[in-house]
Design a protein around this ligand. Structure first.
Ligand code: UDX
Length: 434
């Protein structure tokens, strides 16, 4: 497993838990040293225990030496980063190609080379070309096997996926992949979908884009709800019970963020542009979501009466979603910037995100608890729906706030409950309260 980021480390740990022997490789010596000490470079529930038990069982190891990982491997997974390239949004494939070359130079047999990183259509062809150049007679095959795990639920998602997608027309390579994923089919019959390699590469982008569209759709419906006096949570339930629509990914909020949707929608648009096939729905989604994150700051300012100069805002939750320490493209970044630009002071509490957030939010005062973030503030804003914020003592919040205003950008609390505690309440996609 080349790369010990989210996908690489979780996949490596889970494959070893299936009983396979896994060597995780990373160029970052500090990361590998931490992993040797049992310290996880990311926050992901359950990962440390899973890694520890498989290291103890002798199936999982870590090294900076790629040759050690590649030697005698039946399959080599490329799970390095594919960040957005500055300027054009195209996925930066330099890490993938560098890994492919180094793998080629160290192959000892006809391994199956698997791209697990999210890579644009045609990347597998280029990896194949690199192999042909640097390991001409190796017999190695290139397979696409995108990963659909979500941060915060990564292990569960990996072990109980809705489907496994494997892109290759080569029967031997299919057999190797079948063997690797066999434990899944024994468990609960997650279907393996075999496709061509380009199709498999596109499935990953189409899936993420579709989910981004779904979220953005309900977010726009939420805005309409506010204007016409409807309730977006009930609308979502009302449409989601239709099996053709489905109830998941219909939670209105401050806009999607994270390491995948923003980057992958842009990369898909780049592919679409290169092929002169515009994807207008995805284009609109990207624009609407970007605008929404900025609009959320204005929504808070409006709820506070329009002028926040000299006022203090308490923010609950900074990471782009709960159960992660990931701050990439988090809506909190736009919201805090808008509040600070308008003259407010922001203090914030997040259960796991402080370390990542601190350098990105240099003017924010970090609080010790949700209650400390509320103390003396003119509004409390829920930005990320951590479980720890689901059962707050709203009476206590009310007594700590200078101005009793709760802006709930994730609809964690029913308006009536907040109002019973004496708080003025503003949610997302809710009828206006008098
Ligand atoms: C996503 C995909 O779900 C996963 O399949 C893919 O492999 C990687 O990208 P992830 O980014 O970890 O996973 O988180 P996800 O739970 O999908 O949430 C993404 C963003 O959408 C978050 O900002 C979340 O708050 C937001 N979201 C999600 C909503 O606003 N409403 C929803 O109903 C669901």
């Amino acid at each position: 497993m080349i790369g010990t980021g989210y996908v690489g480390l979780v996949s490596g740990a889970c494959f070893s838990d299936f009983g396979h022997e896994v060597v995780c490789v990373d160029k970052d010596a500090r990361k590998i040293e931490l992993l040797h000490q049992g310290v996880m470079p990311i926050y992901e529930p359950g990962l440390d225990a899973l890694v520890a038990s498989n290291v103890r069982a002798g199936r999982l190891s870590f090294t900076t030496d790629l040759a050690e990982g590649v030697k005698d491997a039946d399959a080599v997974f490329i799970a390095v980063g594919t960040p957005s390239r500055r300027g054009d949004g195209h996925a930066d494939l330099s890490y993938v190609f560098a890994a492919a070359r180094e793998i080629a130079e160290n192959l000892t047999k006809g391994s199956v080379i698997v791209t697990k990183s999210t890579v644009p259509v045609g990347t597998g062809d280029e990896v194949e070309r690199i192999l042909a150049e640097f390991a001409p007679n190796s017999g190695a095959k290139v397979v696409s096997n995108p990963e659909f795990l979500r941060e915060g639920a990564a292990i569960e998602d990996f072990k109980r996926p809705d489907r496994v997608v494997v892109g290759t027309d080569d029967e031997d390579a299919r057999d190797v992949m079948r063997a690797i994923y066999r434990p899944l089919s024994l468990n609960q019959s997650a279907p393996i979908l075999f496709t061509g390699r380009r199709t498999s590469e596109l499935i990953k982008y189409a899936a993420n884009a579709f989910l981004a569209v779904k979220i953005t759709f309900i977010n726009e419906i939420a805005d309409l709800c506010e204007e016409v006096g409807a309730d977006v949570q009930e609308v979502a339930r009302g449409i989601g019970l239709d099996n053709r629509i489905g109830s998941k990914f219909l939670h209105a909020g401050p806009g999607y963020g994270g390491s995948c949707f923003p980057k992958d929608t842009l990369a898909l648009l780049k592919t679409a542009g290169d092929n002169e096939t515009p994807l207008r729905i995805v284009e609109a989604t990207v624009q609407v979501n970007d605008a929404r994150k900025r609009a959320m700051g204005r929504k808070v300012i409006k709820a506070m009466g329009g002028d926040v100069r000299g006022k203090t805002v308490g923010v609950l939750g900074l990471t782009f979603k709960p159960n992660t320490d990931d701050m990439r493209d988090a809506p909190s970044l736009s919201i805090v910037a808008a509040l600070e630009d308008a003259g407010a002071t922001v203090k914030a509490y997040d259960p796991e995100g402080f370390e990542q957030a601190r350098p990105l939010l240099p003017n924010v005062e970090f609080s010790e608890s949700a209650y400390a973030a509320a103390e003396g503030a003119d509004a409390l804003v829920i930005v990320t729906e951590w479980d720890a914020f689901r059962a707050l003592d709203l009476g206590r919040i009310k007594s700590l706030l200078k101005t009793p205003l709760l802006v709930d950008l994730r609809n964690v609390y029913p308006a009536a409950e907040a109002e019973r505690a004496g708080l003025k309440f503003v949610g997302i996609g809710k009828p206006k309260r008098s």
